[in-house]
Design a protein around this ligand. Structure first.
Ligand code: TMP
Ligand code: ZN
Length: 423
């Protein structure tokens, strides 16, 4: 059997082995490794979260790569049906339809298609769709919803097979899964095998610049193998005869980019957004070591501040619970050294997580209904990327005197009191 973890020695994008060692956040269990309280292991396997940056192409990565089938064959992350995410998925359809001039009957292939919500929207406007997702539990849900989904890892073979069976794709889409992929060259090989000559590849990833500038250290965990800038994606696509023609920034997942790439020789013009973001990245020093080392320093400081704040509240007899139990939340709690003594429970809308314990910290996860029966004084907003939506729908909690702690970029407390206007 293959080892569960391998060390990344050469860069998965450019092949060099000249790494800047940025920092280590210690060893923690897998962020999505929720535990069944009836079947608790004595010890959970833990793996280091060590952050490195390639000095060749500036890919940021975690050093320890967990075998993909361990992470992704059974997956508890289900695409959110929050207002924010639904709105975003509709915008994606608009962006892609316009740029790829998508007509009814044309083929859209999505990798990491989860339960098929995004593809369902393309299907509604008449496109033929094929999803590919290694999570057998999620692919089954997508198929039951009528979105054709192969329960496989996407790669060269899958791209060629879909091409042979369905013809060429006008759009190959990968939303928020690209950062999870180790062998990116095999995936782009599959994408180019099925792509029409005038088709587009659209890849959505959390934006490295936002991660660094907003101190989003909790988005760094084993599932997220790579943290991309436009610069690095440009290097990567170039190796596959693809050229970035446009980039959209989107507020989802704390700040993401959707990068559109076309075949080198195609007629798609390169839009100004590409050059603008490449300059911005240079201007913010993403090509220097300092940007990453300074981020690491800030991250460790924020980790200490969050831990101190929550421990202080608990010591004063105030109750704290987590709002949401996303992977970044289980990560934040681990990095901050917070457990059930300080954070009594986490409420989350995902039913697969209810009645389970968070990995590592073993904080119980419950439904929002159960949480309402044991409301804490403070909610630590672990799903901070939905801050506006969540605080909006929890106004009653605030008016009862409840408070939210928003952990990043720096921990701050939100109360029902309106923020005084700046004179
Ligand atoms: P995501 O940031 O990866 O989409 O995960 C969001 C998590 O937050 C997911 O586990 C669901 C949870 N959540 C809630 O519990 N309540 C909410 O109101 C929202 C928007 C998300
Ligand atoms: Zn590299």
């Amino acid at each position: 059997m293959q080892d569960i973890v391998r060390r990344l020695d050469t860069c998965r994008v450019c092949g060099r082995d000249d790494w800047l060692e940025v920092t280590s956040f210690g060893s923690v269990p897998l962020a999505n490794g929720f535990l069944d309280p009836a079947d608790l292991p004595a010890e959970e396997p833990a793996y280091p979260v060590d952050v490195i940056v390639c000095r060749g192409c500036r890919l940021m990565a975690v050093r320890h790569v967990i075998r993909p089938d361990v992470l992704f064959r059974h997956y508890v992350y289900v695409t959110s049906e929050s207002d924010q995410m639904t709105g975003h998925m509709r915008r994606i359809v608009g962006w892609c339809t316009r740029r790829a001039a998508l007509a009814p009957g044309e083929l859209v292939v999505e990798l990491g298609s989860n339960i098929g919500l995004q593809l369902g929207l393309f299907q509604e406007q008449g496109q033929r769709v094929v999803g590919v997702d290694p999570a057998e539990n999620l692919a089954a849900i997508a198929n039951a919803r009528g979105v054709r989904t192969l329960p496989e890892f996407f790669g060269g073979d899958q791209g060629r097979r879909i091409h042979a069976e369905q013809g060429e794709a006008k759009l190959v889409l990968g939303r928020q899964c690209f950062a999870h992929i180790d062998d990116v060259h095999n995936v782009l090989d599959g994408a180019t095998a099925v792509l029409a000559p005038d088709g587009l590849v659209a890849i959505e990833v959390p934006y490295l610049l936002d991660l660094l500038e907003e101190n989003q250290f909790d988005t760094i965990y084993h599932e997220h193998l790579s943290y991309y800038s436009v610069t690095t994606l440009g290097h990567l696509f170039q190796r596959h005869g693809l050229r970035i023609v446009d980039v959209e920034r989107a507020a989802v997942h704390g700040g993401s980019i959707v990068v559109f790439a076309a075949r080198e020789g195609s007629d798609h013009p390169t839009r100004p957004s590409v050059g603008q973001l490449l300059s911005l990245e240079r201007q913010r020093g993403l090509d220097t070591d300092a940007a990453y080392l300074e981020f690491a320093e800030r991250a460790h400081q924020v980790i200490t501040e969050i831990g101190d704040l929550v421990r202080d509240l608990a010591a004063r007899g105030l109750t704290v619970a987590g709002y949401g139990a996303p992977s970044k939340g289980t990560t934040l709690l681990q990095f901050c050294g917070l457990g059930p003594a300080e954070v009594r429970f986490c409420s989350d809308t995902t039913s697969l997580k209810h009645g389970r314990l968070l990995p590592g910290t073993r904080i119980p996860c419950c439904s929002p209904e159960q949480a309402r029966a044991q409301e804490p004084d403070y909610y630590l907003l672990l799903a901070w990327n939905y801050a506006e939506e969540i605080i909006g729908k929890e106004r009653d909690f605030l008016s009862r005197g409840g408070r939210f702690i928003i952990p990043i970029p720096q921990p701050r407390v939100v109360t029902a009191e309106p923020v005084p206007a700046v004179a």
